[in-house]
Design a binder for this molecule. Structure first.
Ligand code: PMP
Ligand code: GLN
Length: 368
C-alpha cells in the first residue's frame, strides 16, 4: 500500500509511521555519537546505558524491576524482539496462540520457528472490540507453549482493561503458558487511560517477555531500536536466537534513546495529547465521510467499516483508493486468517501532521 501511495502521490494513512521527528536533543545525541566514533559493534545485550535506562523507566512508571545486566535485551526494533522470543522459546511442533487481528510479524515468526499458530478473534462489543478469554481458553491444547498479547492493539486501537488482562493472566497461569506481551504502543493510550503492563499482574512476571520500542515512543521508526524484558531464563533464550539473527544493531542510536527515556517524558506526554486529538479528528471525519468508525483507545490507528458505503471488499477498496482520491489505507484482512469475517474493515493511521490529515479528510469527503 505504501508503494501504491508513492506511485499515486497519495497521502499515506496506511503504514503506521509518524511524519515529524522525535525530540531534538535525542537526534543531536545520535548525530554526535556518530561524529564521536560510536560506530562499532555494541555489546551483545545492548549498551549498558540503554539497558539501564530501560530498566529505570520501567521501575519508575510501573514499579517493575529488571536487572539491566540479565533481564533487558536491546533488539533491532520490537520486530526482532518478537521473532527472537518466538524462535528462542518455542519448539517446532508447539502451538502459539494469537488473537485475531494480529500484527503480521507474529504469524511469520511462528512459521519460522516451525510452530503452529492458533488464532482466536476479538469480538465486537458496542463500538469496539474485546477479548474473548473463554474462547482463548478453549483454544489452548497440550501443545500450546506461548500466548501473544498486544495491548494497545494494532490494528484496532483496542486497549484491554484490567478485567480482561486479569482473565488472560489467570489463563496463562492455569495452563502454564509463556506470554509474549507486545507493548510497543504503551505510551499511546487516550482519554485518561493508563497502560497496564501484563507483567504487573499476579503470576505474570515470571512467565512474560515484554517487548517495546523507541519507534513509537520517540517517532523513530527507522532507527529500529527495541527491547525485550523478562526473567533471566527467558531473556537468555531470546538472546540465544537474537545473537544469530543480527548479533547487535544501531550503536549510535542507543545512547540517544537512553537519553530520551530518561529526559523526554514531557515530550512523550505532549505527543500523546497530539495523537489523541488527531484520533478524534480523523474518527469524526471518517464518520462524516459515511463510514462506520470503531472507537480507538490507543495506538496510531482507527478502523472503519465500509458497509455503509455499499462496499464490502476492503482489499479492492484499498487498492483503488490511492488512485481514486489520493489516500492510502490498509485492509484489516491482512492481519487475520479468517479474511471473510474481517473483509469489510479498513485501518487508517492518524499519526500525521495536522495539515496532512486535513488534506486527507478533504479527499475522503470525495468518497460519497
Ligand atoms: N508490534 C506492533 C504491534 C507494531 O505495530 C509494530 C510496528 N509497526 C511493531 C511491533 C514493530 O516495532 P519496530 O518498528 O520497533 O520493529
Ligand atoms: N507497525 C506499522 C504498521 O502496522 C508499520 C510496520 C510495517 O510496515 N511493517 O503499519
Amino acid at each position: 500500500m505504501t508503494e501504491l501511495a508513492v506511485r499515486h502521490g497519495a497521502i499515506n494513512l496506511g503504514q503506521g509511521f509518524p511524519d515529524v521527528d522525535g525530540p531534538p536533543a535525542m537526534l543531536e545525541i545520535a548525530r554526535n555519537a556518530i561524529a564521536e566514533g560510536v560506530n562499532q559493534y555494541p555489546p551483545g545485550s545492548g549498551m549498558p546505558v540503554l539497558r539501564e535506562a530501560v530498566a529505570a523507566d520501567r521501575a519508575a512508571r510501573y514499579g517493575l524491576h529488571h536487572d539491566p545486566e540479565s533481564e533487558v535485551l536491546v533488539t533491532v526494533g520490537a520486530t526482532e524482539a518478537i521473532s527472537a522470543a518466538i524462535l528462542g522459546l518455542v519448539e517446532p511442533g508447539e502451538e502459539v496462540l494469537l488473537t485475531e487481528p494480529y500484527y503480521d510479524s507474529y504469524a511469520a515468526s511462528v512459521a519460522l520457528a516451525g510452530a503452529t499458530r492458533r488464532t482466536v478473534p476479538l469480538t465486537r462489543s458496542g463500538n469496539g472490540f474485546v477479548l474473548d478469554v473463554d474462547a482463548l481458553r478453549a483454544a489452548v491444547t497440550d501443545r500450546t507453549r506461548m500466548l501473544v498479547v498486544n495491548s494497545p492493539h494494532n490494528p484496532t486501537g483496542t486497549v484491554y482493561d484490567r478485567e480482561a488482562l486479569t482473565a488472560l493472566a489467570e489463563l496463562a497461569c492455569e495452563r502454564d503458558l509463556l506470554v509474549l506481551s507486545d507493548e510497543v504502543y504503551e505510551h499511546l493510550v487516550f482519554d485518561g487511560r493508563t497502560h497496564i503492563p501484563l507483567a504487573s499482574l499476579p503470576g505474570m512476571a515470571e512467565r512474560t517477555i515484554t517487548v517495546s520500542s523507541a519507534a513509537k515512543t520517540f517517532n523513530v521508526t527507522g532507527w529500529k531500536i527495541g527491547w525485550a524484558m523478562g526473567p533471566r531464563e527467558l531473556i537468555d533464550g531470546v538472546r540465544a536466537a537474537k545473537q544469530f539473527m543480527t548479533f547487535v544493531g544501531g550503536a549510535p542510536f542507543q545512547p540517544a534513546v537512553a537519553h530520551a527515556l530518561t529526559h523526554e517524558q514531557d515530550w512523550i506526554a505532549s505527543m500523546r495529547a497530539d495523537l489523541e486529538r488527531k484520533r478524534t479528528f480523523l474518527s469524526h471525519a471518517l464518520s462524516d465521510a459515511g463510514l462506520k468508525v470503531f472507537d480507538s483507545a490507543g495506538t496510531y490507528f482507527v478502523c472503519a467499516d465500509l458497509t455503509p458505503l455499499g462496499r464490502t471488499d476492503a482489499v479492492a477498496f484499498c487498492r483503488e483508493l490511492p488512485g481514486r482520491i489520493g489516500v492510502a489505507a490498509v485492509p484489516v484482512s491482512v492481519f487475520v486468517d479468517d479474511t471473510a469475517s474481517w473483509n469489510h474493515l479498513v485501518r487508517f493511521a492518524f499519526c500525521k501532521r495536522d495539515e496532512v490529515l486535513t488534506e486527507a479528510v478533504a479527499r475522503l469527503n470525495g468518497l460519497q
